[in-house]
Design a protein around this ligand. Sequence first.
Ligand SMILES: CC(C)(COP(=O)(O)OP(=O)(O)OC[C@H]1O[C@@H](n2cnc3c(N)ncnc32)[C@H](O)[C@@H]1OP(=O)(O)O)[C@@H](O)C(=O)NCCC(=O)NCCSC(=O)CCS(=O)O
Ligand SMILES: Cc1cc2nc3c(=O)[nH]c(=O)nc-3n(C[C@H](O)[C@H](O)[C@H](O)COP(=O)(O)OP(=O)(O)OC[C@H]3O[C@@H](n4cnc5c(N)ncnc54)[C@H](O)[C@@H]3O)c2cc1C
Length: 401
Amino acid sequence: MPLDLSPDQKSLQARARALASGPIAARAAEVDRSEQYPWDNVDLLKDAGLLGMTIPAQYGGQGKSWLDAVLVIEALSAACAVTGRIAVETNMGAISAVMAYGSQEQKRLAADLVLSGDKPAICITEPGAGSDANAMTTRADRRGNRFVVNGRKHWITGGGVSRLHLIFARVFDAQGNDEGIGGFLAIRDETPGLSIVRREPTMGLRGIPEAEIAFEDMELPPSALVVPPRGLKKGFADLMNAYNSQRVGAATVALGVAWGAYQLALDWSEKREQFGRPINEFQGLQWKLADMSIRLAASQALVYKAARSGEAGFPDMLMAAQAKIFTAEAAIQTVNDALQLFGARGYSRDLPLERMARDVRMFTIGGGTAEVLRTVVAGAILGKKLPQTRDGWQKRGDGRL
Ligand SMILES: CC(C)(COP(=O)(O)OP(=O)(O)OC[C@H]1O[C@@H](n2cnc3c(N)ncnc32)[C@H](O)[C@@H]1OP(=O)(O)O)[C@@H](O)C(=O)NCCC(=O)NCCSC(=O)CCS(=O)O
Ligand SMILES: Cc1cc2nc3c(=O)[nH]c(=O)nc-3n(C[C@H](O)[C@H](O)[C@H](O)COP(=O)(O)OP(=O)(O)OC[C@H]3O[C@@H](n4cnc5c(N)ncnc54)[C@H](O)[C@@H]3O)c2cc1C
């Protein structure tokens, strides 16, 4: 689908598609079955220059745009959503927060890790703070010239394989006063106090672990704190602003999976005959295919627009949320319809449709649920703060919208 891509972008897209339809597609079923992180694919991405593309050239990257990353993620996800997600987190999210807000030392550390194949983990969600992320209780106490971090995160993508962790934590001064939220860098197996508690058993996306992570008296030097541009008081907002890049990335994975499923269904609808004719001669299926193509085109337009909105910084919060809600929901429906076109074969583990249906289900949950993101969209279009707590309106003072 052409959407004003430059010659360089078309060539990048073609390279990613070749990789996706070759070795990555060939391994996708095994990655799912074995539930093993696809280090072979990481090597392929590294060799093809697709890891850390958005890292500025001065730190060894290529300074590519969000849209460049989106083109690659979309192509990879059509064959293997797990590999698509690796491309997301090596180009967006935690790495982009560090590259935008970090010190020279932090940027060099993060860039070196990512360019050598590490997929950073972004640690926001806690057992008691999911949608209500701001209610996190993981704390970093200033003790002399150190921070001491204690708390627990769960559903952390890459837990147990990622080395670099960006940990959102509430910072307290020596008197116990809350200073706001900051992002701390810690490296698994190098930072004592960081431990992987357990792997979450997931429905799909099984080749990448989701894990519960504990921080127990984890001591960090001041140089581990990524100070958001407006300071800790606005730390949560600034870190979430950087996270908008990953929301676009998550939407892109959903788009890619749906695109892959649609292509399989289109092809099958011509090959499969019933009642003596290809099944795509039945109007009921023609309309299904038409709706799939419409949803894909609309999703792609939203995702590309959200990616382009970040040319001078991070993708816009509203556009990222709109793109993720629509694309995630549309992708679930498209993959389900594609599976339906295969009849019993679609339900079989011999074909990728059932894996795609399990994989794509995640995207209305992870990265901010579709419900919570609708509140983000509503707040932005209404130009109003929409507190979700019972006492939120009283705290505002006027009790009105
Ligand atoms: C943001 C929410 C937690 C809503 O919570 P609150 O009502 O407590 O907070 P707000 O007043 O809405 O926001 C506080 C402050 O932050 C600014 N903000 C919030 N979100 C963004 C954003 N995306 N971009 C920019 N700025 C943002 C907001 O404007 C406020 O600023 P001011 O103080 O007014 O200046 C909740 O909406 C939310 O987002 N919950 C979802 C949590 C989430 O997305 N978690 C993702 C975890 S990582 C993950 O899942 C990875 C999966 S993947 O594959 O990518
Ligand atoms: C595969 C996967 C990967 C993930 N990776 C990461 C990661 O790498 N890092 C990380 O930090 N987190 C990660 N997460 C966690 C993810 O961000 C959270 O699951 C998500 O933010 C929702 O939180 P919750 O699961 O606690 O649901 P809850 O917040 O408990 O929500 C439960 C239900 O209530 C609804 N709800 C809650 N509040 C409201 C409201 N105000 N209005 C309307 N409906 C509401 C929700 O939409 C949902 O339907 C991942 C999750 C998954 C599934």
